[in-house]
Design a protein around this ligand. Sequence first.
Ligand code: ADP
Ligand code: MN
Ligand code: MN
Ligand code: MN
Length: 330
Amino acid sequence: MPYKAEYIWIDGTIPTPKLRSKTKIVEDGEKPPIWGFDGSSTNQAPGERSDCVLNPVYVCADPIRKGGNKLVLCEVLLTNMQPHTTNTRAACAEKAAKAAGDDYLFGIEQEYTFFEGSRPLGFPEKGFPAPQGGYYCGVGADEVFGRPVVEAHLDACLDAGLRIAGINAEVMPGQWEFQVGPSDALKASDELWVARWLLYRVGEDFGISATLHPKPVRGDWNGAGCHTNFSTKKMRESYQPNVDAAEALAKRHDLHIANYGAGIEDRLTGHHETASYREFSYGVSNRGASVRIPWQVEVDGKGYIEDRRPNANMDPYTVTRLIMESVSGV
Ligand code: ADP
Ligand code: MN
Ligand code: MN
Ligand code: MN
């Protein structure tokens, strides 16, 4: 029996790319081949030269269709097989190969917000819900909104074989988080993109959409981030390399901020568990710092650090690449 391969790719929408997908029927026993699409409909090509190439880079079981069906994450190439300008994975792969000796691990905390119609899930028709305080890791129908979707998404990720570390309800009603990894840069990034696609796809079945908007509600409500935890072999063996990594990130703060997701200035205000985008800081246990050294890492004298700056709408290929570029060789 032929199987259904859902080809997933990242488009050219500015400033924040979107996920796209379409289905190819592939013969039993065959690997998903290179395919193509109309780049003029995704902001990736002009109409008169519209063909772009889909090159499979990560294949897993399709937990939605089940059976022998597959999800096929692709990178976008030009017809001469060179990376398309929207293909940020190629540069990440190049850096990851050069940094292989450092043995990087990334654990990425994806925060997101459910919407039903034009309002975050759990927000009343008029006005606002009770102020923040009780929602984070809450329980009960008055505090938690969308758990059935979250559970279905978690099951889908696990059935697909993605490495997920956990989930939790977040600070604002309708806001949640899942964590991908720890894995190397490419695996963590590929799996984050597939997990995002599954989030949107699972939401369809519930009539609920998810957004990665970094500041979905203005005012006294938390934004949505994508804290990126990372370590090298050295950081996992002793303490000082963790401090050195934080210091290395300090040197290129502005470059990181500029590439950590559109609208980052609206989220990194210095309030709501963020540090201002204007200044770099780090500290043990400090959730008001740009980079946090977890208390357990100080106690153990080794481990990893958390870059708290990336927005929920960041591109993990770019974020992990920049971290490797800034930290490697330190
Ligand atoms: P918090 O919400 O307290 O910031 P989470 O538990 O949500 O923390 O996320 C911690 C993340 O750190 C997880 O994704 C986990 O996989 C990751 N992590 C744990 N150990 C390491 C490590 N040695 N290197 C990289 N990431 C790690
Ligand atoms: Mn977390
Ligand atoms: Mn969080
Ligand atoms: Mn965190």
